[in-house]
Each structure stands twice: as C-alpha cells, then as structure tokens.
Design a protein around this ligand. Structure first.
Ligand SMILES: Nc1ncnc2c1ncn2[C@@H]1O[C@H](COP(=O)(O)OP(=O)(O)OP(=O)(O)O)[C@@H](O)[C@H]1O
Ligand SMILES: [Mg+2]
Length: 303
C-alpha cells in the first residue's frame, strides 16, 4: 500500500505547491512510483508547474463519477521520471460541499492507487475538507514562512486540525461524542476538559488520538533570524497541543523558484544547483528515509 504524505499550512502562498511538486519529482527520480493528487479545491495549480495547461481529465471527472478509479484520470509525465498527477478541480458548489459519502469515496480511491507514494496538496485554510485531507495521511508536512503572522497562522491550523482529529476519534453515537458534537471549541484544552467532565477517562482517550501525530515542519523563504520564531512555534504546539513538530528542513528565499515557474518546470529539474533546489534535495532524502521507516513499521513491502 502507498504511503500518503499531505502538505498544509494556515496561510495561503507559503510554498506548499512548490515544495510538493519538487518533492514528488525528486522521489520519482529516486525510483519511487509517485502520484501527486491536487486536492486544493478552487486553487488547483500543480499541473501548471509541470507545464500541463489543459489536462485531458481531472479530479472533477472522478467526482462526477465519470470514472470509478483515480488512475483513470491520472496524467503520467514520462519526461519527469514517470511521475503521475491527478490534476485538481475548480471550485463548484458540488466540490465545495462534498458530502461525507463523496469524501469517503475519494479517500478510498486514493488508498487504492497502485503506487509507492501518494502526495496530497490540500491547499490553504481550515475548512473541514482541508483539515480532513491533511489528517488522513500517514505523514504530514506543514509549511510556514518565518514571519510571526505566518507562524501564528500555522499554529491556528494545527490547533484546528488536532481538534478535528480528537472530535472524530469519538463515535458520534457515544455519550462524549454527542456532547462534543453540540459544542464549538476555541482551544484543544476546552475539548479535553469537556470530554473529561462528560466521562471520566475521556481526556486520556482524546489524547491518544494524537499519539502518532507529529507533523514535520518546513520553513520556507527562510532568513537567518528566523530561529527564534521556530523555537516559539515548537514551544506553542508543545504547550497547547501536546505535540512535537520535528524540523524537516529550511528552504531559502531564491529567485530561481520564480525562473522555474516561468519555465513551467520544477526548480529541482531546471536548476538543480540552486540553493532552494539543494534544500529540497535534503528534504527529499529525509522524506525517503521516513517512507522506508513507515513501510518497515507497518509491514509494507513496496521495494
Ligand atoms: N523559497 C522561495 N523563494 C522565492 N519564491 C518562492 C519560494 N517559495 C515559493 N515562492 C513563490 O511564492 C509563491 C507561492 O508559492 P506556492 O504557490 O507554492 O504557495 P502555496 O502555499 O501552494 O499557495 P496556495 O496556498 O495559494 O496554494 C509562488 O509564486 C512561488 O513561486
Ligand atoms: Mg498551492
């Protein structure tokens, strides 16, 4: 079964798509069978970064039930190491208000993809779809820029993602589930407190839902003085969310990224020696190791 990796951030424009496209390409170059799924409903643009302007099919054709499997709407880039992508869909009322059943059908189709790695671009923001697609994955990457506003947006995103994860860990038919469903929570602590008030021991169960949630942090457009903000973010999530966010990498501000965008090619392919490409190379090496570790732990044998 494929290992799924999702990428998210609170704020838009932090560099998620840039990183994901390059990561997909680098993993494909390493010999992995990779499929990139563009779930950024309304802001789908991954295909453009590879110079594909008019995809024959897109996620819309799957959502409209024109096809039963996602592989039928995938586009293979033979010139980019056989990388596959599922081009995204524009925002329609149908996609923006995807029902529970439709979302489950999509997630089942993602897990049925016959590849080694699936990368999900979930887009920006904190809609339920975005949070659910982000949390669905085996490995999560979150991207922020070093400015305090971007850091705080990411903290807000992670707080809502953890709340959503904890809420969905209680069956809606259970006593705690029913009570939690009726309320809205500004912080994770409020969820824990109400769960415990409703049923003794529920807080511990809620905390367990986050046991394996260790989103990996990438600081993009990094500058030298960003260390303090990084430390602050790690402290905030440890204190208020009880989770650790290990650093996956730093990508410097680099004009080569814009040049690559204009050439409709990932920077790692166009200018592999550029500082941003080198930094993403390090991120890809680390990610490859994490994928292998995940496969070993879960008894997957995709190699
Ligand atoms: N390290 C960098 N140096 C210079 N420019 C960058 C860097 N990273 C990203 N950019 C530029 O920033 C812009 C936003 O990047 P990108 O589209 O990858 O962000 P995003 O998080 O996917 O945005 P959205 O939330 O809208 O989907 C793009 O124009 C991209 O070329
Ligand atoms: Mg994007």
């Amino acid at each position: 079964m494929a290992v799924t990796i999702s990428i998210g951030s609170g704020k838009g424009g932090t560099g998620k798509t840039t990183l994901l496209c390059n990561l997909a390409l680098l993993l494909a170059k390493k010999g992995k069978k990779v499929c990139l799924v563009d779930l950024d409903i309304g802001g789908a643009d991954t295909h453009l970064l590879f110079g594909l302007f008019e995809p024959k099919y897109s996620l819309t054709d799957f959502l409209n039930k024109k096809f039963d499997s996602l592989s039928e709407v995938a586009h293979t880039f033979y010139s980019f190491h056989g990388l596959q992508i599922i081009p995204g869909t524009g925002s329609t009322l149908q996609t923006a208000n995807m029902s529970y059943q439709e979302k489950q059908r999509l997630l089942r189709a993602i897990s049925a993809l016959d590849v080694d790695v699936v990368l999900l671009d979930v887009g920006a923001g904190t809609s339920y779809h975005t949070l659910d697609f982000f949390m669905y994955s085996d490995i999560q990457i979150c991207v922020t820029m070093p400015e305090p506003t971007s850091i705080m947006d990411l903290f807000g995103f992670l707080q809502l993602a953890t709340i959503r994860k904890v809420l969905s860990s209680f069956l809606s038919s259970s006593e705690v589930g029913k009570i939690l469903k009726k309320n809205s929570f500004p912080t994770l602590k409020d969820v824990f407190d109400l769960a415990e008030q409703t049923q003794e021991g529920a807080k511990e169960k809620a905390q367990q839902a986050l046991l394996f949630f260790h989103p990996l942090l990438v600081i993009n457009r990094d500058v030298d003085n960003a260390r303090l903000n990084k430390v602050k973010l790690k402290q905030l999530v440890a204190k208020y969310l009880g989770i650790d966010i290990p650093l996956l990498g730093n990508i410097p501000e680099d004009p080569a990224i814009k040049d690559a965008l204009r050439a409709y090619m990932p920077v790692c392919e166009l200018s592999s020696k550029a500082p941003s490409a080198q930094a993403m190379g390090v991120i890809a090496d680390k990610t490859e190791k994490l994928i292998e570790l995940f496969n070993k732990k879960s008894g997957n044998s995709t190699q």
